[in-house]
Design a protein around this ligand. Sequence first.
Ligand SMILES: Nc1nc2c(c(=O)[nH]1)N[C@H]1C(S)=C(S)[C@@H](COP(=O)(O)O)O[C@H]1N2
Ligand SMILES: [Mo]
Length: 203
Amino acid sequence: MLPDGRPRLPPGQFLTERFPVLTYGETPQVETVDWEFRVWGHGLGKDLRWSWDEFLAVGRVELKKDFHCVTTWSRYDNQWTGVPISTLWKEIEKELTTKPAAVLFHCHGGYSTNLKLEDVLVEENLFATHHDGKPLTKPHGGPMRFVCHHLYAWKSPKWICGMELLSEDRRGFWERHGYHNHADPWDEERYSYQEGADDKKVK
Ligand SMILES: Nc1nc2c(c(=O)[nH]1)N[C@H]1C(S)=C(S)[C@@H](COP(=O)(O)O)O[C@H]1N2
Ligand SMILES: [Mo]
């Protein structure tokens, strides 16, 4: 049971201790030497950029969270280490003239995923460099991925390279290919055709 009374395992999920890799396409080979993180778009007069060292200097947290993939596996107690979104956002906010409605995360290799601002700014979300005490392997998104624990894992982009701030929500890769725009595992928001349906659980 979660503190708010929801079951720890979302409906339709099974528990695994393995950590499967789910990647669409090739695994990009991203190195930290020429790594750059860029934030641009709505509300920003100029692009913001961080090198690898600058990004890590923003801050560091360590936390344990459950991970839920839409293909029905869940893995409990993943220990993530990385830069908290809340701290990075304080740096972004200094430059913002107006608040974006949503963020489109961009990745090396072309993957993208969109999140409403309130889903981005959940306190425990982070840019992870380590999983279970070890540097993130390339197949799992090394050297850096974003992790959004409260939504299905396709909303946790691997090999992250930037965030595009949006005045209006815009769908990312899987969201354009049939996945749900929001992706709450406890509401089983798996597919787009459920959106707006009277019975969200219709499959
Ligand atoms: N860049 C990128 N990020 C991605 C994906 C991808 O194909 N490319 N797959 C997503 C999907 S569908 C899932 S379930 C999780 C899986 O993370 P894992 O491979 O570390 O288990 O990563 C997400 N992030
Ligand atoms: Mo997934």
